[in-house]
Design a protein around this ligand. Structure first.
Ligand code: TRP
Length: 366
């Protein structure tokens, strides 16, 4: 397992990650405080860790100002593995009625990805923004910006950079001598993103739903907030949805076309990929499966239903039982999932069109 701020590889051990990053494990009493209704994946235990979520909730519960911030690094198209994070941000917006900030780090991906021009990252960013907003963020309460297009962010990055030494950035990210200096400056930019709601609205509690691989940026930011008399941002981490092969879904993986379902995939691509590549917890033959039953815990199709696509708890439980008992076959489970994904993606494509016509309602630009 290798998890750094710039790549996540291999099998993921969540308990180990909590230890490695020094975050707090999610507890039942804390999860129980979250306003209902909860999205499927929260109800089913896929929020595994946090920092100071209790403080953010306490602020929310006592009527203080609260906001949400989460970002996007536009290196490639988006896939279904990205849905959990933005669904999480949207849940907080819906449940707590608070503003959501979404900075998009085109500069970061320009610095760290070989062969991407400024125009390339801007194009990917534009497309990603439409995907994210199509998940249903409230246009009256959502602010999105790209670092190249909302250049006022630079002033805040500079304010942060003045308090961030090279060795702090190096200790956090292990910067290498041959890397361009963009890599060493960028942590100041991402810290400015995380503090942006407080730069804009004054000190208050900000919650950052984020992949745990991004935690080093947050740790560094939390060490600097005192300088600005800001409150340390809270964080909350969802699990990673597995790829079709069962490891972490990664758009930059060389085999991504057989391991990832893109949000832009058509019906045929989805059914082919699920049928052919979705790792199955079923048995080698139908006879054996009927006799011994399958294992839903390692079955990727079942995980997709569990953490995102099946809303009905009873139905999910029923499928889990019948898969275990062998009465539900892998092929049947897969066809059920294919229909679910395709109907979701059809709605998504429609919502993209609506968002695209109204992009200026969400965007901060110079
Ligand atoms: N660096 C993040 C990524 O690659 C994207 C990002 C930019 C971000 N600014 C952020 C995430 C602020 C959380 C908060 O995915």
């Amino acid at each position: 397992m290798a998890v750094t701020a710039w790549e996540v590889e291999g099998d993921i051990d969540y308990a180990k990650m909590i230890k490695q990053f020094g975050t707090q494990p999610m507890t039942e009493s804390l999860a129980g405080r979250l306003k209902k209704p909860l999205p499927n994946f929260i109800r089913r235990g896929a929020l595994f860790s946090h920092r100071d979520l209790d403080k953010w909730l306490a602020a929310a519960e006592s009527g203080k100002k609260i906001t949400i911030l989460t970002g996007r690094g536009p290196s490639n198209k988006m896939h279904i593995g990205h849905l959990l994070l933005y669904e999480l941000a949207k849940y907080f917006q819906d449940a707590y009625g608070c503003r959501v900030y979404i900075p998009v780090s085109d500069d970061e991906k320009f610095f760290v990805k070989e062969g991407l021009s400024v125009e390339d990252v801007e194009k990917v960013a534009h497309d990603n923004i439409i995907d994210i907003l199509a998940m249903g963020f409230d246009p009256k309460n959502t602010l999105v910006f790209m670092d190249f297009k909302y250049t006022k962010i630079y002033r805040h990055a500079a304010e942060v950079a003045k308090h961030m030494t090279y060795s702090m950035a190096k200790a956090t990210f292990g910067l290498k001598p041959e890397q361009n200096v963009g890599w060493s400056f960028y942590p100041a930019m991402q810290s400015a993103h995380v503090m942006f709601p407080q730069f804009m609205e004054g000190a208050h509690n900000v919650l950052v739903p984020i992949g745990i691989d991004q935690d080093p940026f947050l740790r560094l930011t939390r060490d600097l907030t005192d300088r600005f008399k800001f409150i340390k941002p809270s964080t909350v981490y969802p699990i990673f949805l597995p790829s079709l092969s069962g490891s972490k879904m990664s758009s930059s993986a060389k085999d991504s076309d057989t391991t990832v379902i893109w949000l832009a995939d058509d019906e045929k691509a989805v059914s082919q990929k699920i049928r052919k590549y979705a790792f199955s917890g079923g048995r080698a033959s139908i006879e054996e499966h009927r006799k011994m039953g399958g294992n839903p815990d390692i079955d990727v199709s079942f995980q997709y239903l569990k953490y995102f696509f099946e809303d009905d708890d009873k139905k999910l439980k029923g499928m889990e039982e019948s898969y275990k008992s062998g009465s539900l076959l892998t092929g049947e489970l897969k066809e059920y999932l294919i229909a679910k994904i395709n109907s979701y993606l059809k709605g998504h494509a429609k919502r993209r069109q609506d968002v695209e016509r109204n992009l200026d309602k969400y965007m901060l630009e110079d």
